[in-house]
Design a binder for this molecule. Structure first.
Ligand code: SAH
Length: 374
């Protein structure tokens, strides 16, 4: 009898991820009250905590003077556990743009960017650590998805930004955080529930949320039609932004790979339905990439696609990622692109390039940090 050598199968241990601590911002207002009761704390204390956190942007129960001293440590542990620590902040534009790099409890890095303008202050937040959408021009996409953020972790970025505004750390003194855009790392529609909980935390009036109007919140997506359709069923008219980047499926299959699942036509039809339901104009995000998607014929095609739609085009000069062969369009091509779109009556703006020198808004600071750690 021949002996068959034993084949030993060796599997890698699945990576053990420690879940982020539960935070009361992960819960809806009733859930927060239930949590209080579970902890043996009267339910109304959940409302007091919410006022401290969402209205006063204070996440340190030790300073909550209306909470009995012997209750504060428990609330610090169970209501507002520390979810992230600031690794560093970098500023640009005379301090009017500030990018914060955060380390989460498991060492994962995410970033948020605060931008102050004459009429508003906007924070750009991350909804995932990394991103699974694989768009080849985006630095975040190159690293793949690490994990979804919790509602607590996404909300904490907003509350931290509001605190910076209150404290007068931006030029011009104390101000109010007025806008939130989901244009940092990640695809918000791929982390739907946590993003919706966050949107409710942002938009709910005191005491349950920050009281920022839904119109001042922008959700930017690659065009996950299933997510857009779900959003239509919610009662929150946030501003929807679609990262289209080209009007034709052939190129979009490469630039935004999820296009192989939902085509340009389907994405625009879903956005139209959203606009019909909410009465809100949506934005089309379009990174202008030299000789790739910036030809006059593409502008013409985009104009024809959008002329009867409730949409606005936001052109973004490409912010080249390190090592990329792609670069931003020539000014004359950009101007021609705008001109053609305007002949169709399509409203178009060119986004300013805030924070370029600090790698604004494209996952590059987190990427640089990881590289230097390695
Ligand atoms: N995943 C979402 C939101 C994150 S990115 C989305 O894709 O919409 C926010 C916007 O920045 C998107 O329109 C994205 O396509 C764009 N973007 C990503 N990398 C860029 C780059 N290198 N230059 C210019 N815009 C970029």
């Amino acid at each position: 009898m021949s002996t068959v050598p034993e084949i030993k199968l060796v599997f890698d241990e699945p990576k053990q991820r420690v879940k982020p601590p539960r935070h009361f911002a992960d819960l809806d207002p009733q859930g927060r009250k239930d949590l209080a009761v579970e902890l043996g704390i009267p339910a109304f204390r959940a409302n007091q905590a919410a006022v401290h956190f969402f209205t006063h942007h204070n996440d340190d129960p030790e300073t909550w003077s209306d909470i009995p001293k012997d209750m504060r440590a428990l609330m610090a542990e169970k209501f507002t556990p520390k979810l992230m620590t600031l690794v560093r902040s970098v500023t640009a534009d005379g301090g009017r743009t500030r990018k914060d790099l955060w380390k989460l409890h498991d060492g994962v890095l995410v970033e948020s960017v605060l931008m102050s303008y004459s009429d508003r202050t906007t924070v750009c937040i991350s909804s995932q650590a990394g991103c699974g959408m694989d768009c080849p021009f985006c630095a975040t996409g190159q690293g793949g998805l690490t994990r979804n953020l919790t509602a607590g972790e996404i909300t904490a970025q907003v509350v931290a930004a509001a605190r910076v505004c209150d404290a007068g750390e931006l030029p011009g003194g104390p101000t109010r955080l007025s806008n939130v855009v989901f244009m940092g790392m990640g695809e918000p529609m791929a982390n739907y529930n946590a993003v919706m909980r966050t949107i409710r935390n942002i938009t709910a009036p005191q005491p349950d949320g920050l009281g920022i109007g839904a119109r001042s919140v922008t959700l930017s997506t690659v065009g996950l039609v299933s997510g857009i359709e779900k959003l239509i069923g919610e009662d929150i008219p946030v501003t929807l932004a679609i990262s289209l980047h080209t009007p034709d499926d052939e190129l979009r299959d490469t630039l935004v790979p999820i296009n192989s699942r939902w085509k340009v036509k389907e994405v625009l039809e879903a956005a139209d339905k959203y606009a019909d339901k909410t009465g809100r104009r949506y934005s089309i995000e379009y990174a202008m990439i030299k000789d790739i998607n910036d030809q006059a014929w593409r502008s013409d095609l985009l104009g024809r696609l959008l002329k009867n739609r409730n949409a606005h085009v936001n052109l973004i000069p490409l912010n080249p990622t390190p090592g990329s062969k792609w670069t931003a369009s020539r000014p004359e091509d950009e101007a021609e692109f705008v001109r053609i779109l305007e002949t169709y009556g399509v409203p178009v703006t060119v986004r300013d390039t805030r924070g370029r020198e600090i790698d604004g808004a494209c996952g590059q600071l987190a990427a640089a940090e990881v590289t230097s750690e390695v």
